[in-house]
Design a protein around this ligand. Structure first.
Ligand SMILES: O=C(O)c1cc(=O)[nH]c(=O)n1[C@@H]1O[C@H](COP(=O)(O)O)[C@@H](O)[C@H]1O
Length: 297
């Protein structure tokens, strides 16, 4: 089944549009995980990241649509971290969760093929269902990813309108009456055109931040065949009302990512006293329920 159709099935089966972001950070790991790190070595931290992420996966499996490991936090640990990333991706997929690896990769076409080959589908070393991709190098840098998506039933999420405050410097720039982000959206729509599956969606998704609700509505209309990954919910200030416009009439078409507010929920003021470090997984569970509840429109 195509990635787009699998994502639709994952949303329908789990009854959730939540994507749990797996962004492990040394300083914020809960004490029961941090205490097991003996010696400040990349191997020890990598083992802690694997344990932290796989325990989260076991708690959220079946209750959310997907997970999004952020490669940067694993890369920070060097080779041991990249091995950990592989374990985390494999564990999530075994648990029945779709994996969006967040690498924001891209390069000239022939190198783009290498990135796609590294991350997309069962045949790749990091075996992910999908990958976040930068559009900055243009159409011929995206096409190799789409070809690998076709061959391996995988997907990509192209950065269209990012959640960060400074994204507008380039993305909002208007040329020939059109913003850069709208031009990227047109490219997404073109690349999907001949690839729309049963769910009504194609393999080329888009990233649009929860911090820009008006542009999210505009982008939903501009890319009717694209799944939208909406980051910026929770820790960056995005709320349920801000993401509503990302969904189609049947509640499909978007998944909403939250990383810190779920994985480090034990440290949030509203959960700290109730759960704290000792019951950090209960805090993950409660934060997942809370987000699922907020996103039931
Ligand atoms: O591609 C992304 O996932 C992404 C795009 C974007 O525009 N903004 C954004 O925050 N992200 C990622 O989404 C996650 C947000 O994390 P929290 O702010 O902790 O929920 C991080 O992994 C970011 O790298």
């Amino acid at each position: 089944m195509s990635f787009a159709d699998r994502l639709a099935a994952a949303v329908q089966t789990s009854g959730s549009v939540t994507c749990v972001g797996l962004d492990p950070r040394k300083a914020q790991l809960p004490a029961p995980i941090r205490d097991q790190v003996v010696g400040d070595t990349p191997d020890a931290w990598a083992a802690a990241y694997t344990q932290f992420c796989t325990e989260i996966i076991d708690v959220v499996a079946g209750r959310v649509a997907c997970v999004k490991p952020q490669a940067a936090f694993f890369e920070q640990l060097g080779p041991a971290g990249m091995v950990s990333l592989g374990h985390v991706i494999a564990h999530a997929r075994k648990a029945g969760l779709l994996v969006i690896t967040d690498g924001k990769r891209n390069d000239i076409g022939s190198t783009a093929t290498a990135y796609a080959d590294a991350y997309l589908g069962d045949a790749s070393p990091w075996g992910s269902d999908s990958l976040t991709v930068s559009p900055y190098l243009g159409r011929d840098s995206l096409e190799p990813f789409v070809e690998v998506c076709d061959a391996r039933q995988a997907g990509i999420f192209v950065l269209v309108k990012t959640s960060n405050p400074g994204g507008g410097l380039l993305q909002d720039r208007v040329t020939d009456g059109k913003s850069v982000y709208a031009a990227v959206a047109d490219l997404v729509t073109e690349l999907n055109a001949a690839r729309i599956g049963k769910s009504g969606y194609g393999p080329v998704g888009a990233v649009v931040g929860a911090t820009y609700p008006e542009q999210l509505a505009e982008m939903r209309a501009a890319m009717p065949g694209a799944w939208i990954l909406i980051p910026g919910f929770g820790a960056q200030g995005g709320a349920a009302d801000d993401v509503k416009a990302g969904f189609d009439a049947s509640g499909l078409g978007a998944v909403v990512n939250s990383s810190r507010h779920i994985i480090f929920a034990h440290a949030r003021p509203e959960y700290k006293d109730k759960f704290g470090d000792a019951k950090w997984l209960d805090a993950v569970s409660a934060a997942t329920d809370e987000m699922n509840g907020q996103l039931r429109f």
